[in-house]
Design a protein around this ligand. Structure first.
Ligand SMILES: [Zn+2]
Length: 468
């Protein structure tokens, strides 16, 4: 391994246009294209330091407004509340939300028309849809003003990582997140004068493509990276294998997937800067993000209300993530089950002094979460792409859930090679049973989605058991 390239300002290309974009072009753009952005950004930045009870009052006020709106103008919620025998007036605290049923993706697919508000004119909303990575695409509507407030939320969190308008950043992303088809070597004018992102597509992340990324990054020397976790890890791994140590980032904003301590260390070791973990879903934008204290993810609590609700399907320390968007009126999401599982234990406060609450660590996708029978504390979780981590130390990662509900585990550092754990019985949500097989595998190949796959197996299969 070559010597570590010292991270430092000298490594980053100085660009005289930063001030122009930050002080002139970006403000002009938001003023015309996103008129509510600046107001929300100021408000959000002020809210970070509200006293906890003030923040809770603000949340409650926004929740009441959203529930009243949904009851009056959204047939789906009026029917649901009537069925549950609840009116918005019964919800006096965030905990009272439990009186309301959970909204699922299936609800949205089935009742989409009933979920659209009757009092938001079509000129004031935009249609969006989630990519089909976890099933069929999910269409939904966002108020134009909510687009502005979402941008403001993202900007608030970006600034915690030092990323401000005008700063260049490397953008390592897969196509499902909306990235373009081919890596760009030369930014188009808009990217150059406004977006400032160097998009590096990870769809076919061959060594050749990654060598090209390295070249692009050498030319532009962006200070920051915004990346899909596995894409970033894959690129870091490539740099590591090839002795590339001259690329550095001040901050790496990593989102969309589980991020293990090992991955975080690899990124920080290879690129020198700090990782800022972020929890994002397309339906509601950034749910929570890490601050400079790196002691957990702060919830976007002035725009969202996040519940982590215990479930009999899950170990006692975990719950399913339910999100209520407090600001979007054209198609409200109230107690929306994202499909993720998080730890119920979250730190009470952060040393940074912000009152935005911290949320428990994301543990994986509920649909793939394996509940280990027999009272073992271990769980294995897979994410949308079927990749996962396993919380019990020494056994590494669950690489993917196969169609037959078999789980392959990437052997971790503590794996001795001979270990034959008694076959863990895994119970999926479908009640189907499967057992885990331990297969030392090597990361590297990208699947068609652009997410990192674990297709290249190396070494013998250690233990295999099936079946459904
Ligand atoms: Zn903090």
């Amino acid at each position: 391994m070559t010597a570590h390239f010292p991270s430092g300002v000298s490594n980053f290309k100085s660009d005289p246009t930063v001030a122009l974009v930050r002080n002139v072009i970006h403000p002009l753009w938001v003023k015309t294209a996103h008129p509510a952005y600046t107001r929300y950004l100021r408000e959000f930045q002020r809210n970070e330091y509200l006293r906890p009870e003030e923040l809770r009052d603000l949340q409650m006020q926004r929740l009441r407004q959203q529930l009243m709106h949904a009851y009056r103008y959204v047939p789906f919620y009026r029917l649901r509340m009537n069925e549950a025998g609840v009116t918005p007036l019964d919800i006096q605290t965030p905990e009272d939300l439990r009186l309301l049923p959970v909204v699922t993706r299936t609800d949205i697919q089935k009742h989409q028309d009933l979920m659209v508000s009757s009092n938001v004119p079509s000129a004031k909303r935009l249609r969006n849809q989630t990519p089909g990575s976890t099933g069929s695409p999910l269409p939904f509507y966002i108020d134009k003003e909510r687009v502005d407030s979402r941008l403001a939320s993202s900007a608030r969190f970006d600034q915690w990582a030092g990323l401000r308008p005008g700063d260049w950043y490397a953008h390592l992303w897969g196509p499902r997140a909306g990235a373009i088809e081919k890596s760009e070597t030369r930014p188009a004018w808009k990217k150059k004068l406004l977006d400032r992102d160097l998009t590096l597509n990870t769809t076919s992340a061959t060594d050749e493509a990654m060598a090209e990324y390295a070249e692009v990054l050498r030319r532009h020397r962006p200070r920051h990276m915004l990346a899909y976790a596995q894409s970033a890890v894959m690129f870091a791994d490539f740099c590591n294998r090839n002795g590339i140590r001259d690329l550095a980032f001040e901050s790496m904003i990593i989102s969309a997937q589980l991020l293990s301590d090992t991955d975080r260390s690899l990124l920080e070791d290879v690129f020198g800067g700090k990782v800022f973990n972020r929890y994002v879903c397309r339906e509601v934008n950034v749910i929570a993000s890490e601050c400079e204290a790196h002691s957990g993810l702060h919830v976007d609590a002035d725009a969202l209300l996040v519940e982590v609700e215990p479930s009999p399907l899950l170990p006692a320390s975990m719950g399913r993530v339910l999100v209520t968007d407090l600001l979007n009126r054209s198609m409200p999401l109230i107690r929306y089950e994202i499909g993720d599982v998080a730890s119920l234990n979250a730190a009470a406060e952060c040393s940074c002094g912000r009152s935005l609450p911290l949320m428990g660590a994301i543990q994986g996708r509920i649909s793939d979460l394996a509940h280990v029978a027999g009272g073992r504390k271990t769980t294995a979780q897979t994410t949308t792409s079927g990749q996962a981590t396993m919380s019990e130390a020494g056994h590494g990662q669950v690489a993917r859930a196969t169609p037959r509900h078999m789980l392959e585990i990437v052997a971790g550092a503590g794996y001795a090679g001979e270990t034959r754990e008694p076959a863990w019985t895994v119970q999926r949500r479908s009640e189907a049973r499967a057992e885990l097989m331990i297969v030392p595998v090597q990361s590297g190949a990208a699947d068609a989605s652009g997410k990192q796959g674990f297709g290249d197996k190396s070494g013998p299969e250690v233990a295999i058991s099936t079946a459904i």
